[in-house]
Structure formats: structure tokens, C-alpha cells
Write a protein that binds this ligand. Structure first.
Ligand code: HEC
Length: 98
């Protein structure tokens, strides 16, 4: 009996964990980035760099999104570090899809 209740506690814990939403890079991109970069990353609105052609690595992208650069504003007040990383990873996918 003791093991059974322990198993239920564990199950409940696992269930609770699965309910925490992961930062969804694509959703974040659609909300905050499409207006300048476009759905495919190559719109170039407001002089935005073409993300589908960008040679920047993941860490550099994280830095640009976190601190901003020239006309691109910083997103550190709007997005958590996890969300910034998730959206940076998503911009790398834009490159692969070309
Ligand atoms: C207000 C328009 C605007 C928005 C919104 C915007 N950007 Fe930018 N982005 C720019 C501009 C302009 C540049 C070029 C900056 C420069 O001239 O140094 C840029 C550059 C970048 C770069 C660097 C590319 C390179 O090759 O150097 C990355 C990565 C990037 N943006 C990602 C994002 C992400 C991710 C979002 C959404 C969270 C976003 N941007 C939202 C305008 C924008």
C-alpha cells in the first residue's frame, strides 16, 4: 500500500511538470518579430536584417535579442531568458528552411 501511494505522488508530480508550458520560439517570433523581420525572416522592415541569410550563431543571436542593436530594440524586458533562447533557436530554423 505504501508503495502504491508513493507511485501516485510521483505520477501527480510528473503530471504537474508536463503542464508547465515550454517557451515556444515560433509563437514568440510571430508575436514580437514578424512586424520587422517577416514570417520567413527576410522581409527587411525598418532595415531589419535578413534572418534567413544571417551568419550569426545562436549565442550572438541571443545577445542581439537580449540587448538590441541599432534600430532593433532590446527584448530583455518583454521576454524571459528562456523565451529569448527559444526564439533565437527558431530564427536558426528560418535559415535551414531556405
Ligand atoms: C522594430 C523592428 C524589429 C523587431 C520588432 C525585431 N527586429 Fe531583429 N533586427 C531589426 C533590425 C533593424 C536589425 C539590424 C540591426 C542593426 O542594424 O545592427 C535586426 C537584427 C536582428 C538580428 C541580427 C541579425 C544579423 O545577422 O546580424 C537578429 C538575430 C534579430 N534581429 C532577431 C530578432 C528577433 C528574434 C526578434 C523578435 C524577438 C526581432 N529581431 C525583432 C529590427 C527588428
Amino acid at each position: 500500500m505504501r508503495y502504491l501511494s508513493l507511485a501516485f505522488v510521483l505520477l501527480g508530480f510528473l503530471y504537474a511538470c508536463s503542464q508547465i508550458p515550454e517557451a515556444d520560439g515560433h509563437e514568440i517570433y510571430k508575436t514580437y518579430c514578424v512586424s520587422c523581420h517577416g514570417a520567413k525572416g527576410n522581409m527587411g522592415g525598418n532595415g531589419a536584417f535578413d534572418l534567413s541569410a544571417s551568419a550569426l550563431g545562436l549565442e550572438e543571436r541571443v545577445r542581439v535579442i537580449h540587448t538590441g542593436r541599432n534600430t532593433m530594440t532590446s527584448f530583455k524586458a518583454l521576454l524571459s531568458p528562456e523565451q529569448i533562447r527559444a526564439v533565437a533557436e527558431y530564427t536558426l530554423e528560418l535559415k535551414q528552411n531556405q
